[in-house]
Design a binder for this molecule. Structure first.
Ligand code: ADP
Ligand code: ZN
Length: 825
């Protein structure tokens, strides 16, 4: 083939054709990465197809080939195309997001000094050009430097301007060079005996010779002999001698050095626990019958496993994977957040020793790269990880599991493509003729609806394992509590919850408490003038944190010292309003001084393995109370927990979002599900000022179906998903006026036929300013009956983007299109 069609990671909705140089013709294939010139730069591109025909004569040749096997497997390439089309994101950007970060070569601009020091001094003398002078001084030391490195050393806004001036004056040259990929395989030095000395008699000869004159060398040879091969690092550690010992032996030719690749692993490999024998209950068996049939037939089928908390869903996934492996196929398991689910993950690693690659979001680029390659080479058969694990480079996939499929963390929200891993999972299943399992105790309305209309196959596990009863849920009306106990402090802990906590502490049983807000007070307010401190960068009130007495923004991390006097009126009466986890912790310490409490929220879990440690310690009984944000609601399985308390159910209900009641129902049902999971009966207390809310009522009854039947007509009436297709368009930028007018211009470019759907806006977004960016929004609710696949709507959107771009008026304003958004904030 003579020409290659490439996707490049730039925000342009097209592919590029390049000429294939003759020497690369035989090796280049779709899925390979290549280096190509693009404008003045050289960048990594991805080959998506090859062709022999092209009429154009102005094509540039491919510069180089980066891989010796395709970086992207054929099914992932097809998946990338689908994501690119469905989520309206350039193909190159999609592919880049699928591959582990840091493996692409990026070109750099390098500047070089062309004059000597005398000329430099002459040039700067008497001129007021401090930035130029700094640059020149740096270059006098090093000769050349890349712009990237330069930026790190000199942080000034006129950097590029100064460089340009120096280039114009003939002091510098500027050229494009190709950097090194930041990540690649890691090699380590290993040592073995030279082949002439491996035989026992020869080995004894060396030992005899060395033990008198050079005992350290003798012991070194001994260690090597015993290990056959050993890494240099390990050898030095075991022997306790210096590197010279090894150098001498190398010089004598007794030993040899060689390199092997090391596998960088986030987890140190721990010996796998032995599994207790599990006999599936009737519901689990039935589930497996359906799954097994589909697996054996090699059918693409999506199952929704709706099982109450503790009904043994995870065990069903494990059994299904066993059957997939027996067919010689592979599996992907998605979990919402890997750090929060160490128990689930270790059940998989224990069941499938040495076959699981755990992809952790906190992995270093090197660790990620190594797992990725091992999956690609077939060394691992199972990939477990958060949403991006759906791109695991496995071939021959037989099963994809999406655990807790309702979780919002499956939706990518910050960087493009804004994909939903659950929906991508279903499509990847289709491409691979694989079985897809979506599992949850509280399915998303979308998935349950899909099961109802028989797009998915519903499997139900309506009972807990061993017929353990569901916990008894009590809703506590806080208003009544405050009236009934006017003299007592019942604003954070109602009297009933206080009594229950004491009861459980006395029984040595454990307690989980949920307060879905971190920090101490959710805002502070001046009593005199009413000032509430806001973030400088966001339209958000600042949260008061006890640690160092700071005010923090939970959106941009802006932090400042909490004021002692009001910055507005000088008043000294400052009210600390709203309750965060820190305040709850303080209250626990006052009310129950004997209780051992551990807090789990974003602030206590920033360090590596912090989650694991907290959960391990709680599991080992080192604490009585686990207090935290929604982190404590997810998938935890502790037998000794008999009480779950929700400090305030109202935090998520107050969110002005169409999913607020669904979220609240999910969170309450999930956290309630942590109680009484085995021998001991569980109790749940939910405190609220809206005791009549339907989400609370159905959570109390553990009744997902009623919640679904109640919520669905509301969605239907307002044409929200699953009925209407939602598209959220965010227009953001640092100048409010520009954002507003861009939003208006874009909305004029987007004209939909009446029957296709309605457009709401443009209006300022509810979160009207975040990280210095003003935000405006447009919401589309399109008619799925007319346009079931969304293809017609996408055409209108793409046209709107093109028309908008062709006007070339507003700069520094970004437009983000979010297909199937999970929130409209
Ligand atoms: P879910 O994922 O639905 O919350 P799990 O799979 O975590 O439920 O099961 C809950 C608990 O019951 C776990 O401790 C699990 O090991 C155990 N379990 C699951 N299936 C069985 C079974 N058939 N027999 C005995 N114990 C089981
Ligand atoms: Zn902020």
């Amino acid at each position: 083939m003579k020409f290659a069609e490439l996707a490049v990671p730039v925000p342009v909705y097209q592919t590029y054709t390049y000429e294939i140089p003759p020497d690369l013709e035989s090796s280049i294939r779709p899925g390979y990465r290549v280096i190509v010139p693009l404008g003045k730069r050289k960048i990594t591109g991805y080959v998506v197809s090859l062709t022999n025909k092209c009429d154009r004569t102005d094509l540039k040749p491919i510069y180089d080939l980066l891989d010796d096997s395709p970086a992207l497997l054929p099914d992932l390439l097809a998946l990338a195309r689908w994501i690119s089309e469905y989520y309206i994101c350039p193909l190159g950007e999609v592919i880049k997001a699928m591959l582990p970060g840091g493996i692409n070569l990026e070109s750099n601009i390098q500047i070089k000094l062309l004059k000597d020091s005398q000329e430099v001094h002459q040039y700067v003398r008497g001129k007021k050009v401090p930035t130029q002078e700094k640059i020149l001084n740096l270059l006098l030391e090093s000769g050349h430097i890349t712009i990237q490195q330069l930026r790190k050393k000199i942080q000034r806004s006129n950097l590029i301007f100064s460089v340009t001036k120096l280039v114009e004056s003939g002091f510098l040259s500027r050229e494009v060079i190709l950097g090194k990929a930041p990540t690649g395989p890691k090699y380590e030095n290993w040592i073995k005996l030279s082949s002439a000395y491996v035989e026992i008699s020869k080995y004894n000869e060396i030992i005899n010779e060395l033990s008198q004159r050079a005992p350290a060398q003798a012991s070194c040879v001994k260690i090597i002999y015993e290990n056959k091969e050993i890494s240099q690092r390990e050898l030095l550690k075991q022997g306790g001698f210096s590197n010279n010992v090894i150098t001498s032996l190398l010089e004598k030719g007794y030993i040899e050095k060689f390199q092997t690749e090391v596998f960088r692993s986030y987890y140190s490999i721990s010996p796998s626990q032995t599994q207790e024998k599990i006999i599936l209950n009737e519901y689990q068996k039935r589930a497996i019958v359906f799954l097994e049939e589909a697996i054996n037939n090699g059918d693409f089928k999506t199952f929704l496993v709706h099982g109450v908390t503790g009904s043994g869903k995870t065990q069903v996934y494990i059994e299904a994977i066993k059957r997939v492996l027996m067919k010689g196929k592979t599996a992907i398991v998605l979990v919402p957040e890997i750090a929060l689910t160490p128990q689930t993950v270790s059940r998989f690693t224990a069941n499938f020793p040495n076959q699981v690659a755990v992809l952790h979001s906190r992995m270093s680029p090197g660790e990620r790269f190594d797992s990725w390659r091992k999956l690609k080479d077939g060394d691992f058969k199972i990939a477990i990880g958060p949403r991006s694990a759906i791109f695991a480079p496995l071939t021959n996939i037989g099963l994809i599991v999406v655990d807790e499929e309702h979780e919002s963390s499956y939706k990518q929200m910050d960087i493009k493509p804004l994909y939903h891993a659950r929906d991508v999972a279903v499509y990847r299943g289709k491409l691979n003729q694989a079985v897809v399992i979506l599992g949850s105790a509280t399915p998303s309305l979308e998935s349950y609806y899909n099961a109802k209309i028989q797009k998915y196959h519903l499997i139900e596990l309506p009972q807990r394992i061993d017929d353990v009863p569901m916990p008894e849920v009590t809703i506590v009306d806080m208003l009544t509590q405050r009236k009934r106990y006017p003299r007592q402090n019942v604003s954070i802990f109602s009297k009933v919850l206080q009594d229950k906590i004491v009861e459980k502490l006395n029984l040595n049983q454990q307690i989980i408490l949920l307060q879905n807000r971190r920090g101490f007070s959710t805002y502070i307010k001046c009593k005199d003038c009413g000032l509430i401190e806001q973030c400088e960068n966001c339209n958000i009130t600042l949260t008061y944190h006890l640690t160092n007495h700071t005010l923090r923004c939970h959106y941009c991390n802006y932090t400042k010292k909490a004021p002692k006097v009001c910055p507005n009126c000088g008043g000294v009466d400052i009210l600390f309003q709203g309750t965060g986890t820190q305040k709850v912790e303080q209250e626990i310490n006052q009310l129950f001084p004997e209780a051992r409490v551990v807090r789990m929220d974003l602030d206590t879990t920033s360090k590596k393995f912090a989650h694991d440690r907290i959960l391990k310690d709680f599991g080992a009984g080192k604490y009585d109370i686990l207090l935290g944000t929604q982190m404590v609601a997810k998938g935890l399985d502790f037998q000794n927990v008999t009480l779950v308390g929700v400090i305030s159910a109202d935090t998520s209900l107050l969110f002005p979002d169409f999913r607020a009641s669904e979220r609240t129902f999910q969170l309450l049902t999930q956290v309630a599900g942590r109680a009484g999971r085995k021998f001991l009966t569980g109790e749940v207390y939910i405190q609220t000022y809206s005791p009549d809310n339907m989400s609370l009522k159905f959570a109390k009854q553990h009744n997902f179906k009623q919640f679904f039947l109640n919520e669905l007509p509301i969605r239907n009436e307002l044409n929200y998903s699953p009925f209407g297709r939602l598209v959220y368009i965010l227009i953001k930028g640092e100048t409010e006026e520009k954002v507003k007018s861009s939003a208006e211009i874009f909305s004029k470019c987007l004209i939909l036929p009446k029957n296709l759907g309605e457009i709401l806006g443009p209006i300022p977004a509810p979160l009207s300013k975040i990280k210095k960016n003003y935000r405006w929004q447009l919401i589309i609710k399109s008619n799925k009956k007319i346009d079931p696949s969304g293809n017609i709507l996408r055409k209108y959107l793409i046209n709107a983007i093109a028309t908008y771009k062709s006007q070339k008026i507003k700069r520094n304003v970004k437009i983000l299109i979010d297909i199937d958004p999970i929130s409209l904030l």
